[in-house]
Design a protein around this ligand. Structure first.
Ligand code: SAM
Length: 256
């Protein structure tokens, strides 16, 4: 099925990095439990910006929406049916779903307000897993790769205030990231700095995929040197001993 195509920027971003997504981005069971608990037992669910299907409920009554053919191609044969389309123009009648969910996608949308209005139009409740920029902007990672903050997906990334403006927010849940998180999203390796030296790990993160080679190499060399000299551990080594940490990931639950 095909609806409106994605914006050229979003399409090329995931046609470029999407190839390694399924390998680098395995859903974390503890984060999945929190998201699925918020989604609840509603029988009709739409997963918008669904990608390869991470965090999607594994049951009937679920439909996915995703613009990238490369991401859709990596969905399991058993995954929910997927419509090729974008959040800004959902190909469904008003009130089709009990729940509209989306995970780690809203910052990629070219018109976030319109996308959230579409979620409200097609569903009674909305569940959004996202990162809170006021917190993630403070991550130690950005002291090595400050250029990430200037990327189109990160400049004015939507946070709680934006969701409150566009959704009828009932609750915002903190989702600490486990020390051994299996998903390789940007903040996942807060206690495992060596992971950011691995090109295959970075390839699964849209922030690194958008960085130019010079900025990537400069941050890589600085981090490698700080790990070798013990400077990173002197400053941040206490993180290695924590089981989980609030890096800034949140679940918004909205509607009724
Ligand atoms: C970081 S991935 C997240 C995928 C999946 N939800 C997950 O948690 O693994 C972001 C996804 O948003 C999709 N995307 C980009 N622009 C979009 C838009 N305007 N509407 C819907 N999805 C979009 C991308 O193609 C990509 O699959």
């Amino acid at each position: 099925m095909t609806a409106e195509p994605a914006s050229p920027a979003a399409r090329s971003r995931y046609e470029a990095i999407g190839g390694g997504y399924a390998a680098a981005r395995r859903p974390d069971a503890r984060i999945a439990a929190a998201i699925l608990d918020a989604v609840g037992a509603g029988s009709r669910v739409v997963n918008v910006g669904a990608g390869t299907g991470n965090y999607e409920p594994d049951r009937s009554g679920v439909v996915a929406v995703e613009p990238s053919a490369l991401m859709i191609a990596q969905r399991s044969p058993d995954a929910a049916p997927c419509v090729r389309g974008v959040a800004e123009c959902l190909p469904f009648a008003t009130s089709t779903f009990d729940v509209a969910m989306c995970t780690l996608t809203v910052h990629h949308w070219h018109d976030r307000a319109r996308g959230l209005a579409e979620l409200r139009r097609v569903s009674r409740r909305q569940v959004v897993y996202y990162f809170e920029p006021a917190l993630t902007d403070q991550a130690w990672l950005l002291s090595y790769w400050p250029e990430i903050l200037e990327l189109p997906t990160e400049i004015a990334a939507p946070g709680e205030a934006f969701f409150r403006e566009h959704l009828d927010v009932r609750e915002v849940q903190v989702v600490p990231v486990p020390n051994d998180c299996t998903d390789g999203f940007g903040g996942a390796f807060w206690a495992r700095p060596e992971a950011y030296l691995d090109a295959a790990v970075r390839a699964g993160m849209s922030s690194f995929a958008q960085l130019d080679a010079g900025a990537t190499a400069r941050g890589h060399d600085r981090l490698r040197a700080d790990l070798a000299s013990g400077r990173w551990d002197a400053r941040l080594g206490h993180l290695r001993a924590l089981a989980a940490y609030d890096v800034g990931y949140r679940i918004v639950v909205a509607g009724s």
